[in-house]
Design a protein around this ligand. Structure first.
Ligand code: ATP
Length: 439
């Protein structure tokens, strides 16, 4: 049975993945804080993206650009004029809605307010999603700055810096992970849509004639990334955008979508941004953003293929896909079947009892494993309850230190998914854990 959203929200709160932000003040408008387990898992999601996009390739380099930047970037990119959603006001209850998220009622053919059912709604008007602020002590037009609504423009404005320092040539990419901010009209569905979120974006620069080939390549690569980390293929799909759905810069976009409890939702968009951004920034800044190919003596503006994923939204999809319930020895359990590299902890070290005699050897075992994996250490409650807790937070392996360990210098490894247990000498533990985790 696939989980309901409530299962994930409850588990996140109870176990320390994701908390509603500012809870002691009654919360703050769909913002969330990542707790002790959430921060580990979110970091793992980002690390896995970085590993596949940067570490395992020779044609991609990294970047970490500023969040706060000049309006000139957003004017040139088209975001000031175009980064809008259609906003509708309900004149009766004064709630606001995204017009493209409302559907006409089949009975009277009219739009109804989802809150109070009134049909007294305003016309849709363009609402810009960028957060505006002022940089410096004077709040005038000259000090206006924006929080970035995507990480993407940082890649384009640094195009020459990266080209000159990295010795890369098209096809090559710039990868960036970081926070983005959008003043969403209707945030919701837990961390699916929030106003502050994290993105993982690659801008891949290619000779214009090769853009179609690279677009197809990145659609395949990105789809398979989710599958390789444990999302079942039949809960994923690649959906090409209709012409009227395309962003102002795009010559083609396909979304990787996941089947959320409420239906299909986007995890990532892969877009052919053409030479739109580099040309726009060149025109606005007066600086040529081109590549000179010494071999062919040609100068050209590369096309850009952009796979743009959400780290926070994707983490939620990984949680949903991993959530499972089964029965062990007649007892129900909840288990998160997370990929070992995504799980908050890879190993739990559990001394059978709190007795002083076991603690030194349990700490020795912990010390052996910590350099290779993120470990939890838990000596409270019965061993059965501690196993259940580790199952529920997705820890693939539990290593138990018991009184026999003092005699034979061996420990028990328990597998989360099968609950099988094997006895392993401490001397062979690091190798055994490494091979089981695939790290
Ligand atoms: P949507 O149609 O859901 O608003 P989008 O098409 O505007 O998304 P993109 O601009 O393509 O999204 O952003 C790339 C990725 O960033 C999305 O696929 C998603 O994973 C993530 N993302 C975008 N907006 C949000 C948000 N408000 N909250 C969480 N993640 C987001």
């Amino acid at each position: 049975m696939p989980p309901e959203m409530d299962d994930i929200v409850r588990l996140s709160k109870q176990r320390g993945f994701i908390f509603p932000s500012a809870e002691i003040y009654g919360g703050f408008r769909s913002t969330y804080d990542y707790g002790p387990l959430g921060v580990l898992m979110l970091r793992n999601v980002k690390n896995e993206w970085w590993r596949s996009m940067v570490q395992l390739r020779h044609d991609v380099v990294g970047l970490d650009a500023a969040i706060l930047s000049t309006p000139r970037i957003w004017e040139a990119s088209g975001h000031l004029a175009n980064f809008t959603d259609p906003l509708i006001d309900c004149r009766n209850c004064h709630e606001r809605w995204r017009a493209d998220h409302l559907e006409a009622s089949p009975t009277d053919g009219k739009l109804h307010c989802p809150n109070c059912d009134s049909t007294d709604l305003t016309e849709a008007r363009a609402f810009n999603l960028m957060f505006k602020t002022h940089a410096g002590p004077v709040e005038d037009e000259g000090s206006v700055a924006y929080l970035r609504p995507e990480t993407a423009q940082g890649h384009f404005v640094n195009f020459l810096n990266v080209l000159q320092t990295s010795r890369k040539r098209p096809p090559f990419g710039i990868a960036q992970i970081g926070k983005s901010f959008r003043n969403e009209i209707t945030p919701g569905n837990f961390v699916f849509r929030t106003r502050e979120f994290e993105q993982m974006e690659l801008e891949y620069f290619v000779p214009p004639a090769d853009a179609g080939k690279w677009f197809d390549y990145w659609c395949r690569e990105r789809f398979e990334w989710y599958v390789s980390l444990g999302i079942p293929r039949d809960t994923l799909r690649l959906r090409p955008h209709e012409a009227e759905e395309l962003s102002h810069y795009s010559a083609g976009t396909s979304d990787v979508e996941f089947r959320f409890p409420w239906g299909w939702g986007e995890l990532e968009g892969i877009a052919n941004r053409t030479d739109y951004d580099l040309k726009a920034h060149a025109a606005a800044s007066g600086v040529k953003l081109e590549y000179y190919d010494q071999g062919s003596n040609e100068r050209y503006v590369p096309y850009v293929i952009e796979p743009a994923a959400g780290a926070t939204r994707t983490m939620m999809a990984f949680l949903l896909a991993a959530y499972d319930t089964d029965e062990i020895g007649g007892e129900k359990r909840t288990v998160l079947r997370l990929h070992p590299r995504l799980a908050p902890y890879q190993v739990a070290v559990l001394p059978l009892s709190k007795k002083d005699t076991l603690v030194p050897v349990a700490e020795e075992v912990l010390g052996l494993l910590q350099p290779m994996a993120m470990c939890d250490y838990d000596e409270t409650q019965s061993i059965g309850r501690r196993y259940r807790r580790q199952d529920e937070i997705g820890t693939p392996l539990a290593v138990t230190v018991d009184f026999e360990t003092l005699e034979d210098r061996a420990v028990t490894i328990r597998d989360r998914d099968t609950t099988d247990q094997v006895r392993v000498p401490i001397d062979a533990l690091v190798a055994e854990v490494g091979s089981r985790l695939g790290i």
